[in-house]
Design a protein around this ligand. Sequence first.
Ligand SMILES: Cc1ncc(C[n+]2csc(CCOP(=O)(O)OP(=O)(O)O)c2C)c(N)n1
Length: 696
Amino acid sequence: MALTTASSSRPGTSRPAVSDPALAGSLARLPVELLHAAYRNVIASRLLDTKMLVLLKQGKLFFHIGCSGHEVAQIAVALALKPGYDWAYPYYRDLGFALQFGYTIEEVLLEAMHREGGPSSRGFAMSAHYGRKASRIVAQSSPTGTQYLQAVGTALGASKEGKDEVVYVSSGEGATSEGEFHEAIHWASRAKLPVIFFVQNNKYAISVPVKDQVAGGSVCGIVAGYEGLARHRIDGGDFPALFDIASAAVGRARRGEGPSLIEADTVRLLPHSSSDDQRKYRDAGELENDRLNDPIPRLEKTLVAAGILTDDDIPAIRGEIQQRIDKAAEWVEGQPLPVPDELERHVYSAKVVVPVEGFIEPAHEGAKVVMVDAINHALAEEMERNPKMVIYGEDVAGNKGGVFTATKGLTARFGAERVFNSPLAEASIVGTALGLALRGEYKPVVEIQFGDYIWPGFMQLRNEVAMLRFRSHGDWHCPMVIRVAVGGYIHGGLYHSQSIDGFFTHIPGIRVVFPSQASDAKGLLKTACRCDDPVLFLEHKGLYRQTFAASPEPGPDYLLPFGLAKVRRSGEDVTLVTWGMLVQRSLEAAKKIEESFSASVEVIDLRTLNPLDRESIFASVRKTGKVLIVHEDTLTGGFGAEIAALIAAECFDGLDAPVRRVAARDTPVPYSPPLENAMLPQERDIVEALASLIRF
Ligand SMILES: Cc1ncc(C[n+]2csc(CCOP(=O)(O)OP(=O)(O)O)c2C)c(N)n1
């Protein structure tokens, strides 16, 4: 069965052009057949809602979230945009928008019935999470509000490219309470980016009424202070007026004059979702009032008055679309479900920058360089090589070059268009980078000033960056580098000392790199800048200028593979697995042990935590029979626990002693030196643990 769009059948093209004043304004300039198609999409959206609720009752789908009451508003706005040229970040209630932007009836049902052939996720994401690459509908997630920053990032790319593309992004009024919405409005207004923020105010966020959500009840009102933002509040049932306003907003965006927010007052004719019963929190009178304000009969009246439709067309079109929907549902039922073999296919890219196999580590002959300068040089070389690489973050631009100087001189060399300051907002940094990266041209390499402050960006990292490829079954991906200064031993206290590797190694979809010395940092960062996956690049602040972490600088062609650990000291009696700052302390401890015992310690520096070089660990443990894992992050749930479990599972027969760990104590990192020293692992802790293993 061929997939056809709801808008592909176009009866009535011979009707007279629009003449009724009800359709005054820019709508009158639209070809009649386009209005017909839009009307058909309105009806398809409504009938699909009803059909999906029937399928739900029949146990053929698990979840439904309705558009009913919103479709007229959505389709009026979609009509003002160019699908496939403009970009769209619709939300879960945007069925009407999705149809107008290119979704077919069959595609809606393929997603709803979690079939393999759906355009957004092929059964990996919930239904109503729209995504369609050919229409530039970016595959959506469930967190309310995250889409806003991504839309801004995509618009940033359009503006950098000098293209007049526009980015549509939407939500209900409830989601505008999320900070990310305001961060997005802020960035777009400041940078005059071509974004249409479309807020569909149906007066409820699940059961929470708008009075408990939005000061004054109007989103338009609460964003009044953003200079450069055009704002419109409009009746969401007034199709011509909405189209007019959307067209004006799109025109303004295309001309580079900045973003617009359109708040449409809509009715929600269904409960929040199929898991909700709105009679629990809305009285019968209110529900009846919504029904009386159903925008579809009103649209039909307007179209009939304008000569676009006749009264007889209406039931005929409905009947025809109903038939198509029923037929499509039957067809979809026969379509294959996704196969479990596909599960891991789109967690990471299949592209590898440098294969581990066959890699021979060269001796570097450059002048000695400290780690922060090696990082700076890696960035400069990659900027030179890739004109679409951009660097941004807090304080990274100009003469400062970041609080640790890692980006020093890069703005002067590559220009403020490519190396620039972001607002002080970590969710903005990560969210916009995602939206920029998924366009396919740009490689954002962003800086998070301190690991301690990555948490506002954690939602974007965990739920968006890490999951985009997976949830879109490989259609969308967002390769980027997130450089983060981490770690303690610098008397930085609770909020300038945190280790974050335990959190991020738990997230499928993000590579985690943690070098311990300058040449590795350079080679790994250059690989990260060419990697097809998102890479969290951890830079230990205490190592930036340490002489023990300095090394001869590798040349510009040097790339170090991910997933290749390094034996930093060979030994026979105990294996010590470590990374980051504790590599040096472990090497010192190993030396001391060898001086006091007739035993040698093999020290393995992992260099990348994801991918993890399991084979090097296992080979060493099989040789020594004893293993100590040393890391700076807190003990409980630290990455050492994962390594210990892997060793227990893989090397049990070869172990002569229990797997041991030295890690930070399970407290925050305190400020005063005696406290900090007690909390973070010290050389003596490693010596003691090694000694006890040797004696075991
Ligand atoms: C970050 C986040 N918090 C909570 C939820 C659960 N949730 C899903 S939809 C929703 C209400 C959203 O209401 P609104 O933005 O007004 O849109 P509407 O559903 O009314 O169209 C909530 C709380 C979520 N998906 N994401």
